[in-house]
Write a protein of this length. Structure first.
Lengths: 291, 216, 298
């Protein structure tokens, strides 16, 4: 890996130099929550291990605007990232000691099982199938699957899609992509790797609707400068949880305590990220029992 | 391995979809590639430039980028259609560059005397190309063309990431992604499905090669 | 046979006709380009805010964007370089052992080669990245990409090496054997050095294939050039412009590599002529090999 580092270094060094000269671009949407240096944990718990190591590896998405998106500065930013920073801070780990690992939907269970990450915050819907392999803390947010259409479209809900023979766009291997097949012919479901491509396809008329969790759609609507609108009838409940190793009840309880103890940080995390496009700040949902 | 049997219909449909994509793309790229090869040896300079630039652009660009421009660039210039056809377009544009080079090297392998004789009896460029040179060139280009086509079949695996649902690779994505199946059995099934296409294609090619081989 | 053999030196009428066709082709081309331009303009694709972060050094994002592209290119080159080295080593081993070993071993190698040649590279990469972890082998994404690319390219290179060895005049092996060299020595001292020379152009062409194939790393979220472009697009919403830039970068680098391959090929065949070997045979084979590399769409 040293060789690789060297190569990356030499190619980017000159650019990086001028970059620092250019000054802070202020791309860092999130501010860092206060680090709890006094935290004390029982010997042998995940918290104690992480605290002792002084660093933590967190899985998030790198291509999900508002929740986890790698910015031009190479750092991920978004609501999930802020939640990750908050948990790390309560472990006594500052934001610069966090190693972010990209965890696209299909590898999330894997990386947790293999211990490649300490936990995953990545628009991760809690469901029974996933619980067979890992445990969830949370939910820390509740989204719902919705539809995004062009401003002048008269599609009023998922039921209207079939009649309009509409093509619907979503992301490969995602839950919304499977769910929408209950409403439309699978041949009319168009899948890409990221939602921004769906937005392009909607703009050029290749598809008539985009479906995923409402809050992700809000981000796309914001970026469209008024070209798109949200149908506004969520037809599923998507409680987002924090993925941890199966059966790590103590870590789960710690995360729950962190979430309930920090309403101010939670609100700020939201307002700095997804709150920029979502009119109202959500309340922390009722947390599930750790098991 | 149960996952393959439980989802046999998915696999079967994916197999035929991949086969269909490949069939269309094969015909398209053979036709376009041969036309481009004609361009490259034509007496009209702009046609030669088009042929040469085509080859240099598409042979040196990753197929993912070509696919991107077909799936997202074409709608931008007002061409709407199914992603199925966009991806076939991309495969054709890309593969045609390789077909063109294979055919051109075939044209170059036809002894010069053939073309000279054709000219001597008064055939035009078009006539000598289509009736004298290409029929002979095609025989020598069967082996390279065959490897181009087999490579194209394998390249078709990435169209699943560009809005084409239901082909083999997209099937593996659905099963290991949203359905959360273990990767090994799912992917073993996909590998077998591809081998079911590429191995017979390779065997057929070997047979064809022997059949059309000419001693020179 | 050069192209000019196909048509007579144009007389006055033919010249006029060529001129007419040229004008028609050019007008057609320009008309096509204009239509594309107008359509793109209608979709606001020529707005400055879509282009300036990529091309205008005074833009706020310019340096950040190029730092990321530089990072992506470094990752691309790194993965490609490693894949080339590993493929070369493993490919040569496969080819050499196939030439020298017992029949049962040859069958295994041939089976292995045929199997891997029949699988799409992207599936090989995906397979490695998803299945190795199930067996507890956990690596950085780059290594999955490198292993996937190596699996595929080593068998291609094995075939190139084998063709290279087979292209050598029989006398070379016979002379070496009659000197009392062992099989291994014949290969190592006499055949391989000559084979590599003949293979060089094909090997360079294969490098182009590998460079392009690193872009398949997007499937396992390795941050190579094309994936970084994807992330930039998410920030700047300018997919057409960014991918255009990436396409140009790839085309320029790979075109330079192809020209280099042709240059090497010329140098080699000149050397051959000067050395007055079995000229025809050697040159023809070098061509065949270059062809094999060039037609490898991989």
């Amino acid at each position: 890996m040293r060789l690789r580092g060297l190569l990356v270094g030499t190619v980017t060094a000159a650019l990086a130099l001028s970059m620092t000269a250019c000054g802070d671009k202020g791309n860092d949407a999130g501010t860092n929550p206060p680090v709890n240096t006094e935290a004390k944990f029982d010997e042998g718990t995940t918290m104690a291990t992480l605290q002792k190591a002084g660093k933590v590896t967190i899985g998030t998405k790198f291509d999900q605007p508002l929740f986890g998106l790698k910015g031009l500065d190479g750092k991920p930013a978004g609501f999930d990232v802020e939640i990750g920073k908050l948990i790390a801070a309560k472990l006594g780990i500052s934001a610069d000691k966090i190693e972010w690992v990209e965890t696209p939907s299909k590898i999330r269970e894997e990386v947790i099982e293999q211990g490649k990450v300490d936990f995953v915050v990545a628009t991760y819907t809690i469901n029974a199938k996933r619980k067979e392999r890992i445990s969830f803390a949370g939910p820390y947010y509740e989204a719902g699957q919705d539809l995004m259409v062009k401003k002048d479209s008269d599609i009023a809900g998922p039921e209207a899609l079939k009649a309009a023979n509409a093509k619907v766009c979503s992301v490969t291997g995602s839950t919304p992509a499977e769910k929408i097949k209950e409403y439309v012919d699978p041949a009319n479901v168009v899948l890409f790797d990221v939602y921004s491509k769906c937005a392009d396809a909607l703009r050029t008329g290749q598809v008539q609707a985009v479906t995923t969790d409402n809050v992700i759609l809000l981000g796309l609507i914001d970026a469209s400068k008024g070209e798109f609108k949200l149908v506004g009838k969520p037809f599923t409940k998507e409680p987002y949880g924090i993925g941890i190793k199966k059966g790590d009840t103590k870590f789960c309880e710690f995360i729950h305590k962190t979430l309930t103890d920090s309403p101010a940080e939670y609100e700020k995390a939201w307002k700095d990220t997804a709150g920029k496009v979502s009119p109202e700040t959500p309340k922390l949902p009722t947390l599930a029992t750790c098991s | 391995m149960n996952v393959i049997f439980e989802n046999f219909a998915l696999y079967r449909d994916g197999f035929f979809k991949t086969l269909l994509i490949c069939a269309y793309a094969m015909v398209g790229s053979l036709v376009l590639g041969t036309i481009l090869a004609g361009f490259r040896v034509s007496p009209v300079p702009p046609l030669r430039w088009i042929g040469t630039s085509w080859v240099n652009v598409f042979r040196n660009c990753p197929l993912t980028v070509v696919l991107f421009f077909c799936a997202f660039g074409l709608p931008e210039v007002g061409i709407n259609g199914a992603y199925f056809w966009f991806s076939i377009t991309a495969l054709v544009l890309y593969t045609a560059a390789f077909v063109c080079e294979a055919v051109r090297s075939g044209i170059n392998s036809v002894p010069a005397g053939q073309a000279e004789a054709a000219r001597a009896v008064g055939l035009t460029f078009g006539q000598s190309l289509t009736t004298i040179i290409l029929p002979q060139a095609i025989r020598t280009v069967v082996p390279p063309l065959g490897s181009v086509i087999i490579a194209m079949i394998k390249n078709s695996a990435i169209v699943g990431a560009f809005g084409v649902g239901g082909e083999l690779f997209a099937v593996s994505d659905t099963l290991t992604g949203s359905r959360g199946e273990a990767a090994l059995p799912v992917l073993t099934g996909i590998v077998i499905a591809y081998l079911l296409i590429t191995l017979p294609a390779g065997a057929f090619l070997g047979w064809l090669e022997r059949k059309v081989a000419i001693a020179r | 046979m050069s192209a000019s053999v196909l048509y007579d030196v144009p007389g006055p009428r033919a010249k006029r006709r060529v001129m007419l066709f040229s004008v028609l082709a050019l007008v057609g081309l320009l008309a096509g380009l204009y239509v594309v331009y107008r359509q793109l303009d209608k979709q606001n694709q020529f707005d400055a805010d879509k282009w300036s972060p990529l091309f205008d050094p005074t833009d706020d994002s310019f340096e950040l964007v190029w730092a990321r592209i530089g990072e992506g290119m470094a990752n691309t080159l790194m993965a490609a370089a490693l894949a080339v080295v590993f493929s070369l080593v493993i490919g040569t081993l496969l080819a050499v052992t196939r030439v020298t070993s017992a029949p049962w071993y040859r069958w295994i190698v041939v089976g292995f080669i045929e199997l891997l040649r029949g699988i799409p590279v992207v599936i090989a990469i995906f397979f490695v990245a998803r299945v190795l972890p199930e067996f507890g082998v956990s690596l950085e994404p780059m290594w999955y990409l490198v292993i996937g690319l190596t699996l595929y390219n080593s068998v291609v290179i094995a075939e190139i090496v084998r063709a290279g060895i087979n292209s050598l005049p029989k006398g070379q092996r016979e002379a070496a054997e009659s000197l009392g060299l062992t099989r291994g020595q014949v290969l190592r001292l006499v055949l391989l050095p000559q084979a590599f020379r003949a293979m060089l152009p094909a090997l360079i062409s294969q490098l182009v294939v590998i460079l392009k194939d690193t872009s398949l790393g997007f499937i396992i979220s390795y941050e190579e050039t094309v994936r970084v472009a994807g992330q930039i697009v998410q920030n700047l919403s300018n997919p057409i412009q960014t991918y255009l830039l990436i396409a140009v970068i790839f085309i320029v680098v790979n075109y330079a590599l192809s020209r280099f391959a042709i240059y090497v090929e010329r140098r080699l065949s000149q050397g051959k002529k000067a050395a007055k070997t079995d000229e025809g045979a050697a040159v023809v084979h070098a061509d065949d090999l270059a062809g094999a590399g060039a037609t490898n769409v991989g």
